[in-house]
Structures are given as C-alpha cells and as structure tokens.
Design a protein around this ligand. Sequence first.
Ligand code: ADP
Length: 504
Amino acid sequence: MSEKALKILYLAAEVVPFAKTGGLADVAGSLPKALRALGHDVRVAMPRYGRISIEKFGLKLALDKVPVPMNKETESARIYQSTLGKDVPIYFIDNAKYYDREGIYMYPDDAERFIFFCRAALEMLKCLDFKPDIIHCNDWHTAVVPNWLKTLYKDDPFFANTATVYTIHNLAYQGIFGYRVLEIAGIDEYGFIYHPEMADLNEVVDFMARGIYFADVINTVSPRYAQEILTPEYGERLDPLLRDRRDRLFGILNGIDYETFNPATDPHIAANYDINSLDKRIKNKLALQEEAKLPVDAQVPLIGMISRLTDQKGLDILVEILDHLFDNFDVQFVLLGTGEQHYHDRLSRIAQEYPKNMGLFLTFNAPLAQRIYAGSDMFLMPSKFEPCGLGQMIAMHYGSVPIVRATGGLADTVQDYDPRREVGTGFVFERYDRWALFAAIVRALEHYKNPSVWRKIQLQGMQVDFSWEASARRYEDLYYKALASKKSLRKLEEYGIGRAQKHS
Ligand code: ADP
C-alpha cells in the first residue's frame, strides 16, 4: 500500500449476498472485500430489510438502541452485525417501521427510509467509536451523507477528518422528493441547493444532485460513462452541475467477483470448465436448451440475455427485431429478466409465437443466470446507456461472446472483433437503432460459423482481467484524493474562506 491504511465506512442500499436488485449489490458485495485485502479497515452498512433473515445469515445484535434524530424527534435503531466474505464487518440498520416489508424499494416513504438508514449509520459510528477517514456513499439512497457532513455535522469534531466519496452507479435514478424531506433530514434551514442553469433543481430535493454537489470526490463506474454524463444526452439534466464538478469526477470500472463467477467452480452449472477445457462447455449449452424447452442442438447458435426489462437496456429496439431474426436465421434466444409489464407482455407473445427459438424466464434467478452465462454462445446487451454493466464481463469470463452497443462501460470493456487482425472480444455497434443491433447480431452469427475464429474470440474474452484488485487500487487513490481535498478545504476555512453559508 502506498500510504496509510484507511478506515472506511461503505454505505449501500443493497449488498450481495444479503439483498440484490442490480449491479450496485454486486459491487457492494465485492469492492469492500478487495479493499480489505489491500489492508484497509473497511466496514459496510445496509438496512436490514424484512427478507434478510437474522437466523439464516447468523446476524448478531451489536447495539440495541442507537438514538436517531428524525423529523425533529428521536427514533431508535437496532444494529445487527455479521461479516461479508471472510472478514469484512457488515452492520445492518434495523427498524421494523421502515424495513419490515416485502421489497427493497418503491415505497412512498423511501426518502424517509433511506434518511433513517444514513442517519442511524452515522450515529452508530459514534457508539462504536469508529471514526472513518472515508465514508463511501453509493447512489441517491446515501447521498444525504455528504450533504450532512458539509452542513449539519460540519462542526462535529467526530467527523472533522472524514471525507466523502460519492459513487454514481446509475444517474437515471435520482431520488427526487419535496421540501418536506429536508425537515425529516434536519437540514431544512439550509434550503434548496441553487444552480443558475438548473431552475427545476431549485424547487425539488434531488438526492443525486446533492451527492454530486457536496461530496469531496465523485466517481462513476466506467471512464466512458464519466465522460458521457457531462453531456445533455446522458446527463439526465444534471450535466451542468456535473460539468462544474468535473475536476473531481472520475471513472473507475467495476470488477466482477471471481469467487462467485468462476466457470471452473460454479456449483450451478452442468459442467465446470476453464480456458484449457473449453470443449466441456457444450454440456452447459445442451442443459440450458433443455431447461428452456428449446430443441437440444449443439450446432444452432444460442444467444443469452439477462437484464432488467427497461428502455435503458435496449428492450425497445430488441422487441422490434426478434421476429425478423427468428424468421431469417436458425438461432435460439434465452432471456431472463423482470421489469416493465409491457415488455413482459410483448416478450411473452413473441416467445409463444416462436417456441423453437425463444426461451423466456420472467423472474429473478441468480443460479439460472449463471447457467445462461455458461450455456450461451453469445450474450446480448444493446443498452441505450450503461454506466458499467456487469453482464458483459461475466459473459466474457464464461466464454460467451458479447454483442453490445458502444456506450459507457460496454464501450470500455468489449473490443469489437476485427477479422483482419483477428483481435477483439465481441461485437459492438454504435448507433442506438434496431437495424444497427440486427447487423451486429448477424455479424456475430456469421463468425460463429467458423469454429476456430469463434474459439479465438472466446479465449480472448476469457483472458481479460476483470478482477476487483485493479479497481480496488483505483478506489484507494480516489480515497486519498478525497482526503487531500477535505484537508485543503479545512485549511481554507481556517483562514475564513469559503465557509458554507446558511440560507436565510
Ligand atoms: P444493472 O445494475 O443496470 O441492472 P448490471 O449489468 O450492472 O445491470 O448488473 C446486473 C446484474 O444483475 C448482473 O449480475 C446480472 O446477471 C444480474 N441480473 C439481472 N437480472 C437478473 C435476473 N432476472 N435474474 C438473475 N440475475 C439478474
């Protein structure tokens, strides 16, 4: 390690293996372990949702009654503790009123639920006497923390040397609420944040914007997406604010968890294999065809897709071409996903019409996902935008060749195959357009006909290093940058410059 070991509190709304709806949970379940391996004292906190069983996960009661200021009153949190992986402490913020429910998100009081989570986490630190150098916040659910540290907790000696890092996993989900949430969070006296180019921001509480506005350092999960969000096309109307903060905005690619996603040891697949025994992989394809009730046939190309079923993931252009694909090519398609109802309906109709071509699973099923990574020949991600994307990396690691649009992390991780030089790891298209997608699939199908070329593309993908270690080192650098920024800010304040004014 280059500098001193850091104390880090990592805050996330979802963490594998305890709760997951998307890529944030994968990152939160992996990065802290990689940081621990670099020697840092990193600890994680998340809410204890009703579905996180105390018995199943062996959670231990750590603190019984942590007082939590909420809405000018004091409520109480219980803190349970367990470990993430072998040795990363993870704290669960428990309060039946907020979290004892079926799901994770999409409740009318989500703002309150996550304000409570964050406030309880900060107050818990005092009870534990764990003074972090860094609080690493992720997405809008935890964006109030940088806001508090620059306002409400500004003069609190406990946090005098604590810097904040704010990671944007997906700019599209911003957590937008009314003024009332400022009262709940105890920061109403500071009012709305103001930006001359963003008039609507001055009338709502946009947690994502607040994370960007107040954090010492900001990052997103790929270098390309960090650039893209500076533009109106990808900036989700926060691009003026992001451009103001671009000197402290970085892009760090996610890794994948090689313990979970390893075809050599994966317990959920029909046959284990690695780069030296790729011939065994075919058994997974045949098993997947059987599971998806498709004709069992080693030759026919099989495209897999695992995705939230939303416009972001390119579903609108995909549903427009599937019938053309099935009418014109001998190809199979297995899709696993859940999302918007109209996509469930449309895809179900297509699957009914083409039972020999399409296997459809409208559910969330992690073991099945692993069987699709292991059994598909190609893996489709035609995203409109993609902050990083994990699917394409997992697919490459499993020897499934990605077909992706050149956006965000997809552009950073998949190299378009160049037949002249015989280099590349997948098939990439530029324009967000159904025929551009169609052409990329056709190009992949053409190359699939040549087994030696195909094998080469598979092996090139399997050889790319997507381990977390390299990314964890970049986060380490980011933490030192955040600390340096915090330090210089404090110096300026000692001289009386730039002290945050309370709004009148
Ligand atoms: P996002 O976070 O935008 O949904 P990512 O590609 O970053 O997309 O991460 C998605 C993760 O969730 C991947 O690990 C993928 O395999 C998994 N996943 C998505 N949908 C499902 C599903 N229906 N069943 C199982 N795993 C899923």
